[in-house]
Design a protein around this ligand. Structure first.
Ligand SMILES: [Zn+2]
Length: 198
């Protein structure tokens, strides 16, 4: 594969880019144990976008990994990305993006979250806060107890852990590095790489 693009996403921020059909988007958790969010739009029709719930149902999983696919909100639903490789194995399909409200009420910190950062990155495409779909929560390990409680587990991704997503349509993708305070480490960066060819 030939590397075409490389973008650093600093801690607590987001970046957006177009990934053409057939290209592979690699998201690298540079220091490890850093959750983040991915949202995707059809680059040719922004009303068509990633559906967290459709992706959960089509894969019949609350977390996805190698071989699983990301689906649109449309009827019939379409595949946006296929996960070609994943070194982590825990990318959650239950949580909303964090936001200023959640950070203030649950964590006692006053700052923007993934929701606001994703909207800022997507502003050049006219996509605002209310247009951001629920995301794929990257490097974020969530389980459900037998009583139905949502349980957040310790992140397991290692430094330079990554997920490779092969685009099945021309995708506008936005990725954030999460603003939620982490236990035992500082919030850290991601690196995005786009490869052409196989
Ligand atoms: Zn977040």
């Amino acid at each position: 594969m030939d590397k075409k693009t490389e973008i650093i996403i600093p801690p607590m921020s987001a970046r957006a880019l177009v990934v053409a059909k057939g290209e592979t988007l690699r998201i690298v958790d540079v220091d490890g144990r850093q959750p983040g969010d991915l949202v995707v739009f059809n680059a040719d029709d922004l009303a068509e976008r990633f559906s967290q719930s459709r992706t959960r149902v089509e894969n019949r999983k609350i977390k996805i990994t190698t071989g699983d696919r990301l689906w649109t909100n449309t009827q019939p639903p379409k595949v946006m990305f296929t996960i070609a490789k994943d070194t982590c194995g825990a990318h959650d399909l239950l949580y909303t993006p964090c936001c200023r409200y959640a950070l203030e009420t649950r964590f006692g910190v006053s700052r923007d979250g993934c929701l606001e950062h994703l909207a800022e990155a997507l502003d050049p495409w006219g996509i605002g806060v209310n247009d951001i779909p629920d995301p794929l929560n990257l490097f974020f390990d969530v389980a459900v107890s037998t009583a139905g409680d949502i349980v957040i587990r310790e992140p397991t991704s290692k430094p330079d852990g990554h997920i490779d997503l092969r685009a099945e349509m021309d995708c506008l993708a936005a990725v954030s590095t999460c603003s939620v305070p982490l236990s035992g480490k500082a919030n850290s960066a991601y690196r995005l790489e786009v490869f052409s060819g196989t």
